[in-house]
Design a binder for this molecule. Structure first.
Ligand code: NAD
Length: 459
């Protein structure tokens, strides 16, 4: 677990320990001991599994690829979390991401625990056949610890429905006769995936912004105007104001969030910048997001990087370096690429007043504090990017029932779930001095603590 996550979990436990209305039948020394146990349980994973996958490459060379599966906590249900294919994957990162999954699921009342996987590769360096073998080997090496009621992986950065289809098929051959459909989520629709799963995270990320800036402002005008909370002031400054957005990362999450912004009828949005691993594209009049999506779908996910490629895409933009997206003069910055993008060395250059975390942990603790102190609203990862796991839960349910929902039903269920969480958290946030992330953590830790206490796990 990163020091940032650990410290916010500990602050949440401290706040709950003080609040005697929480777990009222647990008082005195027993209470102190219970909270010490909670800190130990929540700050460490249940299991860290590591293997070196033996992969014969197409040129006959054999490589050994490090691969992880971390199972953080299963108090709320089977472990659940994506498998990242990226060259920077390491054990600490996977542990932290698994712990965020525990907190995210608890926050949104998804009956899963937290897990995460990782394979240390750049998928672009491998052929399709080699990636197929890597995916199958991952399942072979971890088949004893995953499964529809144990630990259910899903895609993450660098993996997608193709890999989930391969993995589910391998699980089915290794464990014949088991209800294999629920062993992986994020599969293609023909293989039992849910309609809407691919778009779910990006749609949820944008929904968290739209709900706060439109529905919440309209419903809670009294609360917002009668408080001296600095975040309420920031929010009211945006009421009915045209918004300029920049989006870092134009993959599964970023491109869908950008498209949602482009199409939104509730807010006056303009996506003026998008970026990826190579480039930032800027157009103050608004970028042609559908044209860019079409271009990336034909070019291995990459945005145009030259004037000729922009012309080919039919898009007007200026080409800047990839970091530029972070420092533009925009209202909203959506971070949908990697961890640690805003940190103590660049936080002074951030101009956006609202930051939405589509990626996991893209803002470090120091940067988070500096921005929050200035009244910048940060919609944190565990609140904003839960769309994927929420629809994964619907996929898992549909696999069990062998009944499938329409896309419209899936998005309605997704928004209802996110709305319930936001309706619980936002009035607290705008009514007290805690940043939004802290409020979300308090809520998650409260649920996890109650469950662990009632399960008799604290002594
Ligand atoms: P993806 O692989 O589809 O896209 C990643 C994007 O980030 C690409 O456009 C890539 O070019 C860009 N990128 C890579 N390195 C970059 C860099 N250094 N600077 C700028 N851009 C860079 O991944 P995704 O599924 O969109 O996931 C993005 C983030 O969202 C990850 O942090 C992931 O953990 C998180 N997330 C994803 C989901 C999901 O359902 N896909 C759910 C929750 C959280």
């Amino acid at each position: 677990m990163s020091s940032q996550t650990r410290s916010i979990v500990q602050k949440s436990l401290d706040a709950l320990l003080e609040d005697e209305s929480f777990l009222p039948d647990c008082q005195g020394d027993v209470r102190t001991q219970a909270f010490t146990s909670l800190a130990a349980i929540l700050s460490t994973p249940n299991h860290i599994h590591k293997s070196f996958l033996r992969i014969p490459l197409e040129g006959n060379k054999v490589v050994r690829i490090p691969a992880f599966r971390v199972q953080h906590n299963n108090a709320m249900g089977p472990y659940k979390g994506g498998i990242r294919f990226h060259e920077s994957v390491n054990e600490d990162e996977v542990v932290n991401l698994a712990s965020l999954m525990t907190l995210k699921n608890a926050l949104h009342d998804v009956p899963f625990g937290g897990g995460k996987g990782g394979v240390v590769i750049n998928p672009r360096d491998f052929t399709e056949k080699e990636l197929h073998l890597i995916s199958k080997k991952y399942v072979q090496y971890f088949s004893d610890i995953i499964g529809p009621d144990k630990d259910i992986p899903a895609p993450d950065m660098g993996s997608g429905e193709r890999e989930m289809d391969w993995m589910m098929a391998e699980y089915k051959s290794i464990r014949p006769g088991t209800p294999y459909r629920g062993s992986f989520t994020g599969k293609s629709v023909v293989n039992g995936g849910s309609l809407g799963r691919r778009e779910a995270t990006g749609k949820g990320v944008y929904f968290s912004l739209r709900y706060m800036l439109h529905d919440f402002i309209n419903d809670q005008k009294n609360l917002l105007t009668n408080t001296d909370n600095i975040f309420a002031k920031t929010l009211l400054d945006f009421e009915e104001k045209p918004l300029k957005l920049a989006v870092q990362g134009f993959g599964n999450v970023g491109s869908v969030a950008a498209l949602e912004a482009d199409r939104c009828q509730y807010l006056q949005n303009k996506v003026v910048a998008v970026s990826d691993r190579n480039v930032t594209l800027v157009n103050q009049e608004g970028l042609d997001i559908p044209a860019l999506i079409q271009y990336t779908s034909k070019n291995r996910g990459d945005l145009p990087t030259t004037e000729e490629q922009l012309e080919q895409a039919g898009v007007k933009a200026t080409i800047e370096d990839r970091e530029k997206v972070l420092y533009l003069d925009v209202d909203v910055l959506m971070l949908a690429a990697l961890e640690d993008q805003i940190h103590k060395n660049n936080v002074d250059q951030i101009k956006a007043n609202i930051i939405v975390e589509g990626a996991n942990a893209p803002v470090t603790a120091e940067a988070d504090k500096a921005l929050s102190d200035q009244g910048v609203i940060i919609i944190p990862d565990i609140l904003a990017n839960a769309g994927g796991v929420i629809v994964s839960y619907f996929e898992w349910l549909q696999g069990r029932e062998t009944q499938f929902y329409t896309e419209e039903q899936v998005f309605k269920l997704l928004y209802d779930k996110m709305m319930r969480t936001m309706d619980t958290i936002l009035p607290l946030y705008f009514g007290d001095p805690f940043p939004l992330r802290q409020n979300c953590y308090i809520h998650s830790v409260m649920k996890l603590s109650t469950v662990l206490y009632r399960q008799g796990k604290l002594y």
